[in-house]
Design a binder for this molecule. Structure first.
Ligand code: CA
Length: 243
């Protein structure tokens, strides 16, 4: 699960942000001031994936907090929030190492969409060490054999034909074996952000794949749900259980 640290001294705003981020499936921590934020950041394991930083904080300013943060972590995305609108404040924020900047009052959908983009980019960067595997035209896992060229899936003596999207989705899961894939990421990478697809229809696609590949679709071993986020494909569940 991706983790967000919210640094905001106004309790109502902090709690509102936490509520909305949790609805999106993120794990959220709150800090009321810069020093607390820096120590939460250095103690976090696994590390945070994004910091949402109010620039007007008591004691140490958000600018100074970001400057100190950048001495120890050049990579973590920082989204700054501020009530100020002067251009020089914006420039100063970018100088301190802020990645993106929004002025209060902000529109929630825009904030959530920026957060999603920053977190997705972060995840891709992290996964570059965790290289994806190339998917062959014919792949096998468990009792399943998939022939992508023929849009066919064989499981025991059963043969299923795949639609184009079922095929693309299964291929994507195979490519990201063992990686947690959010619904928003599936929507952007498999459906290329089509507005036709909803979270519920992604779930329906997954249910259809489960019926084809799982021994017990109600208790999936290969295509598991990650609560609040999406799915993870596990090519070899026995190996995972041994670890
Ligand atoms: Ca403030």
């Amino acid at each position: 699960m991706m983790k967000i640290l919210v640094v905001e001294d106004e309790e109502n705003i902090a709690k509102g942000l936490r509520f909305n981020f949790e609805q999106e499936g993120y794990q959220v921590s709150l800090a009321e001031d810069g020093n607390t934020a820096l120590s939460l950041h250095s103690d976090a394991s696994p590390p945070f994936d994004l910091i949402v930083l109010d620039l007007m904080l008591p004691e140490m300013s958000g600018y100074e907090t970001c400057r100190q943060l950048r001495r120890v972590d050049t990579d973590i995305p920082v989204l700054a929030l501020t009530a100020r609108t002067l251009a020089e404040d914006k420039a100063q924020a970018f100088d301190c190492g802020v990645d993106q900047y929004m002025t209060k009052p902000f529109a929630l959908p825009e904030l959530l969409s920026r957060v999603r983009n920053l977190v997705d980019r972060r995840r891709r960067t992290l996964e570059q060490g965790h290289a994806t595997r190339p998917v062959e035209d014919s792949e096998s896992f468990g009792s399943v054999r998939v022939d992508f060229g023929r849009f066919e899936l064989h499981n025991g003596d059963q043969v299923h034909s795949l639609t184009t999207k079922e095929k693309e989705l299964l291929r994507y899961f195979l490519q990201y074996d063992d990686v947690v894939l959010s619904r928003s990421r599936l929507q952007s990478d498999v459906w290329r952000d089509s507005t036709e697809i909803t979270s519920r229809s992604i779930d329906n696609f997954v249910m259809r794949l489960r019926k084809m590949i799982e021994v017990d679709p109600g208790n999936p071993q290969h295509l598991v749900s990650i609560r609040g986020t999406g799915y993870r494909f596990i090519r070899d569940p026995d190996k995972n259980n041994r670890n």
